[in-house]
Every structure is written in C-alpha cells, then in structure tokens.
Design a protein around this ligand. Structure first.
Ligand SMILES: [Mn+2]
Length: 424
C-alpha cells in the first residue's frame, strides 16, 4: 500500500488550525525553536525488520493479518511508517530472517522509500535448517572450535550482505552463557568469545563499526557471556577502535541506572548504538515510553549531554534503533507510538537548560537541579514534534491518519489474513 503526499497534505490541512494554536503556544517558550525543529527533522530511528509482524510469547502467537511476506514487503511497511512520521528513514536487517537475494534490487527499493540500511544483525542464537553444527551450548563461546568457526563465518557473511546494501555496521548479540553453575569456565568462555569476535572484527571494512550488545539474562539464566556493559566494554576495548558497546534498554537487571551507563560509555568514546523498548520486569520489549517515560527522558538527557561534550552529531554518530516485539497491538501502530515517544523524549532533552543545570550542580543546589530537569520533562513538546513532521511532509498525527486510511485493512486485503512475517 502506498500513501501519496497529496493525501497527507489534505489530511494535515484539516488539522492545521488546531495544530497552529498548540504550536504557537509551545514555541513561544522555546529559546531556539528553529534549531530544535531542525534537530527533530534530522533525527531518524531505524526500524528492525523483525518488528513488522506480530511477535509471540513462549506460550502463543496471535497474528493480526496483513503481515509482510517478504523483505520487499517489510521495506514497504517501513516506507509507510516513514511517510507517516518522517522519522523512520532506516531499516535494520536480521540475517538469516531477511537475506537479500538481489541486493541491488533491494537497495533500489529502499531508496525509493527514502530508506537507508542501518546496522546488520547476525543470529547465532538459533539453529537454522541445514546448519551443520548446533548453537545449543553457545556459539562464539563454544568449547568446540568448529562451532565457533561456523559462528564467525556467519557473521562475516552478514557483513558481506551489509556491504552490498550500503550498511556500515554490524550488531552482534550473543545468547551465549550458561544456565547452571559449573556448566562453563567463565574465563575460557570469555577468551573463546573474544577470539571469535576478533576474527569477525578483522573482516570489517574500513568504515564499519561493530556493536557488541549485552544482556543480563535470558535465554541463559545463570551467566551470560556478554552480560553487562562492563563485559561489553571489555570486549570492545580489546577489539579496537571500530568496536563499541550497544545499549538495549531492556537488557539490564531491574532498576539499573541506564542513564549513568550511557554517560560513562560516551565519556570513553565507546557507546555505539542504542536499542529502544520499554519494560516493567525484564526484557519485556514493550512500546517505547509506555512504562517509564521519565527514565527515557533522563537517558536522552545524558545522551545529549555526553554527545555534545564530544561534539557528536545527534542524528548520525550513534545507531538509533527500536528493538521491540508486538504481541497484542498492530505492529505498525506500535512502531508509530514508539517513534513518537522517542521524538518526545529527544525534544524534551533538547530543552534542558544545560547552563542552569551545570551551575546548580556546581552549587550543590539539588532542588534546583531537579527543577531544571523536570521543567524540560514537563513541557508538552508534542506540538514541536508535530511541527517537525509537518515540515518534513509527514502527517501531523500519524496514528490517527493510519486509522483513517484503514492501512491495516488494506494490507490484509493485499496480503491476506494468514500471513506470517519472519522474525521473533
Ligand atoms: Mn537489542
């Protein structure tokens, strides 16, 4: 399904009066509103190819119909999102779920939709049909060198797919670890993993980055071989300048101070990318901003503080990606809500009065520090985010427009009710 520019303009026209009223009020209290709007327009969040279908739980999966049946249809879906919100201009592919059989065709199709290819994701957490050796007891950590070799070769293959598509980064998330005490020699598991990662690192093209993603638990429940940011940083430091830590919001133990983690990783020049989602208990993969929007704001606030201190470009110097699963909502609606939540947190973080905060910190004026942060957090920035969309030619209210257009109903008509997208 395609949405043409004209229908968006027509829709926006009907919303314009109400929007202008809200926008004028919001803009009147923002110092450099044009600068803020430009940053919002530049900021793009990559959509993972596996999030376009309905996810499942360990117990069941309830597909909603009209799911993309091929990589081409996944790209069309991300194109649709980008058309609606102007902020989803990238797609992150997972291999082998989305192997591009004809790279130049896939690249051209993405370009037609204004999309670029973000980080490529490898998969050594599942066994694939026809695969020689099993990852049941790990991949890069495995006691058998042949299994490690297979995992390394897979990652190199993923890099090759990425090169053909114009991507420039590889995300490695390993499910390696152990579920019972005594199962693993921790040091040997680390050394094997490091050696394997070094072999993949050696295959990275000059301009590529490698992101080492960590996770505290699951699928292994006693130890994870890349279990926290300290371990990830250890690997990244040993690997070299092209290796970075990737922070996934859901991959921490409860109540971890993620904003402090990103601050210190940025200080070390070792934060490479970010996976957005939200959670109440563990790696729940819920819609971004649905449970803890204040935490999301605090993380963004530290991200901007740290990036600005290093002169980094907010839009391009880190990999920004959603990594979530949608079990009960329409995946496209969920993704629209997620991107909106990210843009809101980003806009709020842009409004933090950094000078006032630094001065209050210097004075140990704790109450004032909180006031400064919450002044930004409690500002309703939604009209600013909407204005950025309007200027980008996207819809003022993407989710409402999505429903007005009956996008899902149309996709079901096009693709059928019983389609199942590859992915989680
Ligand atoms: Mn992730």
């Amino acid at each position: 399904m395609q949405i043409n520019k004209h229908s968006i303009q027509e829709y926006n026209q009907g919303q314009l009066q109400e929007h202008s009223r809200r926008y004028d009020f919001a803009a009147s209290s923002v110092k450099d509103v044009e600068g803020v709007l430009q940053k919002l327009m530049d900021f793009q969040v990559a959509i993972p190819s596996w999030a376009l279908g309905t996810g499942g739980t360990r117990f069941g999966r309830f597909p909603g119909g009209g799911e993309p049946r091929s990589l081409e249809e996944k790209i069309e879906d991300v194109g649709l999102l980008h058309r609606l919100n102007g902020a989803s201009g990238a797609i992150s592919l997972h291999i082998p779920w989305d192997i591009p059989t004809n790279a130049s065709h896939i690249k051209a199709l993405a370009a037609q939709h204004g999309l670029r290819f973000d980080a490529m994701n490898s998969n050594t957490f599942q066994d694939q049909p026809g695969q020689g050796l099993s990852y049941k007891f790990g991949s890069m950590q495995h006691v058998d060198k042949a299994v490690r070799r297979q995992a390394v070769e897979h990652n190199i293959e993923v890099i090759e797919h990425g090169v053909a598509l114009g991507s420039d980064s590889l995300t490695v998330w390993l499910s390696d670890g152990s579920s019972f005490p005594g199962q693993l020699n921790f040091r040997k598991a680390f050394e094997n993993t490091l050696e394997s990662l070094q072999e993949v690192y050696a295959a990275l093209p000059e301009n590529w980055k490698m992101f080492v993603e960590y996770k505290a638990f699951e699928p292994n429940f006693y130890s994870m071989t890349v279990g926290d940011w300290g371990q990830s940083l250890l690997y990244a430091n040993k690997l070299g300048p092209k290796a970075y830590t990737l922070v996934d919001l859901g991959h921490h133990l409860p109540n971890a101070n993620i904003e402090q983690i990103v601050s210190l990783l940025l200080m070390e020049g070792k934060l490479g990318g970010f996976h957005f989602n939200d959670s109440k208990y563990g790696d729940d993969d819920l819609t971004v901003g649905s449970i803890k929007p204040y935490q999301l704001f605090l993380i963004f606030s530290e991200l901007l503080e740290g990036m600005d201190a290093r002169g980094m470009n907010h839009a391009t110097d880190l990999g920004w990606m959603i990594d979530a699963s949608h079990n009960v909502k329409d995946p496209l609606e969920d993704l629209l809500q997620s991107v909106e939540a990210i843009m809101i947190a980003y806009a709020q973080a842009l409004l933090v009065d950094r000078k006032a905060l630094a001065a209050a910190q210097q004075e140990n004026d704790v109450a004032r520090c909180q006031e400064v942060l919450q002044e930004a957090y409690r500002t309703d920035v939604r009209p600013l985010v909407a204005e950025a969309r309007l200027r980008a030619g996207a819809a003022l209210r993407p989710l409402q427009f999505f429903r007005e257009l009956k996008v899902r109903e149309n996709l079901i008509k096009e693709r059928g009710r019983k389609t199942v997208a590859t992915g989680l």
